[in-house]
Design a protein around this ligand. Structure first.
Ligand SMILES: [Zn+2]
Length: 615
């Protein structure tokens, strides 16, 4: 009998909480059990028969031409190159001339479809036309086209999807947490810029990155300059795709060498410590702090002047906040005394920019924050805020704004936690698909939102990002359908049933936490039920994929997750050689370095590796 742990244990582990600055916040009210839903539609046809049927009917084109209908611009050329590149890396077709190609794909901008929307239709002279309402719509239409096309070894079958589609939510962001030597921080920058393209194809139109001031001694610190250069490369890619760039600040953040006498208080009246505390935060109620915060922000505005910043985030907690009595209740008091002048300074630097005011973890440590800010903003709607960002922890959307409406009636965004939820270390076990959980979250709040920015610490939650991107695109979209579209596009249409079912099992067995006890490492899981079946389904599918897909990181992180769960299940949650080898491969996929914290990569230094059981 496997030793399982009670859900709820993760966030109270003092050791993990110290090693992992955010672990204490990760709520664990995990209820998804998606297997049944995900496997709806499973046919009785065996896998082999399905593959043969697919091969038999496959009749694609061997030569293509992608035509720009309108005069080319750098933006449309870029979109064209993304389309050509993605087809070329999937199948060996020839891109020839207009009059010699078996199939022509036209790209056009045709206003009137709806903001950022697209239409895919038959081209009058044969072939397919992808039309965007604007260049963004064209890019998103290319994404839909690519996902719904089919790829043979040397032939391409263009999408038969026809119709138009216009996004429901205007703000479809993603947050790349560029810190802690995670993948965003250390991967070759070409991989990360490529990933920006990948996400844009799912309809993402805004990218947020982070400059963690606490890691540096001022903006002139050489390491700070290295990071800023990297962030500029990433945001330049975003701009080159015609999309929005975002950066922000913790309202009371401080550099590592911030003045000690101006620092904030961490422990609240209730005796709770504010989360992810860096110790460099400043107290907004102390004289001179506002001037310092404005200086820090203005230095950042200057660092990104050449790129442009379309959104500016202002953040209350985690890290950040001040527990002193003068700042209380922080979110409705000390916080706002910093946030307003920072927002106005940003608007002076970027007059068209939009301000997103974070309400992350309001009422978590201090009562009266939601009520206080709602009263203030209802009495006088602030002219310095464009969006309120509300969320916290991952378990549920905050109740107050759902019950009482958004402060000042401002449009609301979410910040769904797709990375750390139920996982210690984060990404430690490979892919962490959470379709059921994300669907529940969305059902509770999606209709109140103007979009959001999923919180990402790496590539291992790639499926979750696709799910959120599609929720923002079409409010009524279903996570399980996005999972199937994802499998079909990135792996193969032939393995959709098996891999969907495996993902359902992996999601159900969700939580993982490393524990050292009695001289051995164990990886505790919510459940190990079906772990062997999930790995069997993944291993069977593996044999049917092309070499390119089998070797791709998107497949490996899923494969390794299924393998790890199965190995843990078979060895009483102890780590086998094979499991340890999988951890090592994950660290390589994440480009983890010596500096990458143990809380943010696959487990290392396992104690007591066990010998393998025979098959
Ligand atoms: Zn204070």
């Amino acid at each position: 009998m496997e030793e399982l742990f009670a859900v709820g244990a993760i966030d109270r582990d003092p050791v993990t909480a110290i090693e992992n600055p955010r672990a204490e916040l990760i709520s664990v009210a995990f209820t998804s059990a998606l297997i049944g839903l995900l496997s709806l539609g499973t046919s009785s046809v065996t896998a082999g028969e399905a593959a043969k049927a697919t091969e038999a009917k496959f009749r694609g084109y061997k030569s293509l031409w992608v035509q720009l209908v309108d005069p080319a611009s750098p933006l449309t050329e870029r979109i064209r190159s993304v389309l050509v590149n993605r087809i070329q890396e999937r199948c060996e077709v020839e891109f020839t001339a207009l009059d010699r190609a078996e199939c022509v794909i036209s790209l056009a901008v045709r206003p009137g479809i709806g903001l950022e929307g697209f239409r895919i239709g038959d081209r009058a002279q044969g072939g397919v036309e992808i039309a965007g309402n604007d260049t963004r719509g064209l890019l998103f239409g290319v994404g839909k086209f690519l996902r719904s096309s089919e790829y043979g070894a040397d032939e391409f079958l263009p999408s038969t999807w026809r119709g138009s589609s216009v996004p429901d939510k205007p703000v479809r962001g993603v947050y790349f947490a560029t810190h802690f030597f995670n993948w965003y921080h250390v991967a070759p920058v070409e991989e990360v810029t490529r990933y920006v393209e990948d996400m844009s194809l799912w309809g993402i139109n805004s990218f947020l990155v982070w400059f963690a001031v606490d890691a540096y001694n001022g903006i002139d610190d050489p390491n700070a300059q290295v990071m800023l250069a990297r962030l500029r490369v990433l945001l330049k890619t975003v701009k080159d795709l015609g999309l929005d760039t975002s950066l922000g600040c913790v309202a009371n953040d401080g550099y590592a060498n911030s003045p000690v006498e101006l620092r904030a208080e961490r422990v609240t009246e209730r005796g709770q410590a504010l989360a992810a505390w860096m110790g460099t935060e400043l107290c907004p109620s102390k004289r001179g702090v506002l001037e310092l915060e404005l200086k820090y922000c203005e230095e950042k505005f200057a660092a990104f002047e050449s790129i442009g910043l379309d959104y500016w985030f202002i953040w209350p907690y985690d890290n950040g906040g001040c527990a002193c009595s003068e700042c209380a209740p922080y979110g409705a008091n000390g916080y706002l005394t910093m946030a307003e002048p920072i927002a106005r300074a940003y608007r002076r630097a970027f007059p068209k920019g939009k301000v997103i005011l974070g309400a992350w973890f309001f009422d978590h440590w201090v009562d009266g924050e939601w009520e206080g800010i709602t009263k203030k903003f209802n009495a006088e709607r602030p002219d310095w805020v464009d969006y309120i960002m509300a969320d916290g922890g991952g378990g549920a959307y905050p109740e107050y704004p759902l019950e009482h409406g958004s402060p000042g009636g401002l449009p609301m965004l979410n910040f769904p936690e797709i990375s750390m939820y139920g996982m210690a270390p984060w990404g430690g076990y490979g892919a962490n698909p959470m379709p059921g959980h994300l669907q529940e979250l969305w059902n509770s709040s999606g209709d109140r939102l103007s979009g959001g920015f999923p919180y990402s610490e790496g590539i291992y939650e790639d499926i979750n990002k696709a799910i959120l991107a599609q929720f923002y695109w079409r409010q009524k979209s279903k996570a399980v359908e996005t999972v199937r579209e994802y499998i079909s596009f990135y792996y193969s249409p032939a393995v959709v049933e098996e891999v969907s079912r495996a993902i359902g099992i992996l999601a159900q067995n969700g939580f993982h936490r490393r524990e050292e006890k009695d001289g051995a490492t164990r990886i505790l899981m919510t459940s190990t039920e079906g772990a062997d079946e999930a790995f069997r389904l993944i291993a069977q599918s593996d044999k049917r994929l092309t070499p390119r897909v089998r070797a791709s990181w998107r497949w490996r992180i899923l494969y390794l997750r299924a393998l790890i769960d199965s190995e843990l299940s078979r060895h009483q949650l102890r780590v086998s050689e094979r499991c340890n080898t999988a951890f090592k491969e994950l660290r390589q996929l994440y480009h983890s370095t010596e500096q990458t914290g143990d809380y943010i990569t696959a487990p290392r230094n396992i104690i007591g590796i066990v010998s393998e059981k025979n098959e």
